[in-house]
Design a binder for this molecule. Structure first.
Ligand SMILES: Nc1ncnc2c1ncn2[C@@H]1O[C@H](COP(=O)(O)OP(=O)(O)OP(=O)(O)O)[C@@H](O)[C@H]1O
Ligand SMILES: [Mg+2]
Length: 327
């Protein structure tokens, strides 16, 4: 079964067969619910409900030449299943309505026409105190409730980690990776070059990359940035745990803080987030800073670019600060 918005009848038959809608239930509309790069996602509306249906294919939807493990949808589904045991976490995420491992499809509760938080990168946007608290509590609770001695094999997610590892720790630091950063912003390629030719930095990134690839003590969301947070009437909700794995909590927290920097939030906000987190769980702040630094660098000089509103000068300063973390 390949999801396709051009074939509503096939989709309806499939949903009926799986028992996710009734036999008599027509599909009234099919639409793309929001921006996504990795997967094929649709909002299915019928007269009595709406559902979000998400399929992973063996490649990245937006860049079909990039191979990606199709089982990521199943692993994402297992994450949703796992958090059911912790009400605070389940409440912060859509309900899992169905999972079809054979077709790498998951069906989620529709949280409505909620934009994600990538608007935060626009000038003048600030996360409120409540939003900061919800987003921090979610992480602290996730890391606390799913801390184990021996990681669950199902969440090993090695292939997704390998893919992300490439984009975090390798690709941004390659002198010649075929991506002209001047197409993002004139002058960015030259700015990036001093980091791409910095062999001490490359070694440090490689060492941190090994930490990322090694299993760690707790379940992580794995992609904790504004694109994974939806702005609903009931506050921020968290989606898209397809990069989850058992790793160091400093990874999720480091990524979170990196995006506060990329969204030009006041330094005090990151300090508050870290303080709130530390009330619930310990943090190795040196490791956290390293993950923050690499995430900042890869978002500025790697492939996974964001709708940032930063001048070249602001990017240069963020890169300098990130580089300082690796002495
Ligand atoms: N449960 C939901 N309720 C409402 N909207 C949703 C829901 N799940 C996803 N969406 C919408 O669909 C978009 C894409 O979903 P999602 O981020 O899970 O896909 P993705 O392909 O994994 O994206 P990415 O490439 O950013 O990882 C979201 O940004 C959001 O707008
Ligand atoms: Mg995703």
């Amino acid at each position: 079964m390949l999801l396709n918005d051009q074939e509503p009848q096939l989709l309806r038959d499939y949903l009926v067969r799986r028992g996710w809608i009734d036999e008599s239930e027509p599909i009234t509309t099919l639409e793309k619910p929001g921006e996504g790069n990795m997967n094929y996602t649709l909002r299915v509306s019928t007269p009595i409900r709406t559902l979000i249906i998400k399929q992973a294919r063996g490649y990245v939807e937006k860049y079909p030449t990039i191979v990606a493990p199709a089982e990521r949808a199943v692993i994402e589904g297992y994450f949703y299943e796992a958090v059911q045991s912790v009400p605070m976490l389940a409440e912060q995420m859509p309900q899992l309505m169905g999972l079809d491992p054979e077709n790498n499809i998951l069906v989620l509760e529709d949280l409505g026409q909620a934009p994600d938080y990538t608007t935060l990168y626009q000038p003048g946007q600030l996360l409120s105190d409540d939003e900061q608290a919800v987003l921090t509590d979610y992480l602290a609770n996730l890391h606390h409730h799913f801390a184990v001695v021996t990681p669950t094999p199902v969440f090993s997610n090695k292939a997704m980690r390998a893919l992300n590892h490439e984009h975090l720790f390798v690709y941004p630091f390659l002198v010649d990776n075929g991506f002209d950063l001047d197409t993002v912003q004139p002058g960015l390629q030259e700015l990036a070059m001093s980091y791409k030719t910095d062999s001490a930095l490359k070694t440090a990134a490689q060492r941190l990359g090994d930490v990322y690839l090694a299993d760690g003590p707790t379940l992580l969301h794995g992609d904790y940035y504004p694109g994974s947070w939806l702005h609903t009437d009931a506050g921020p909700k968290i989606i898209d745990p397809e990069f989850c794995f058992y790793g160091p909590p400093e990874y999720d927290l480091g990524v979170f803080v990196a995006h506060l920097q990329l969204a030009n939030q006041p330094d005090k906000m990151a300090e508050r987030v870290l303080a709130l987190y530390r009330e619930k769980a310990p943090v190795d702040d040196s490791l956290r800073q390293q993950f923050t630094a690499v995430e900042v660098m890869r978002r500025l000089i790697g492939l996974a670019q964001l709708p940032l509103h930063l001048s070249l000068g602001q990017k240069a300063q963020l890169l300098i600060d990130a580089r300082k973390v690796f002495v």
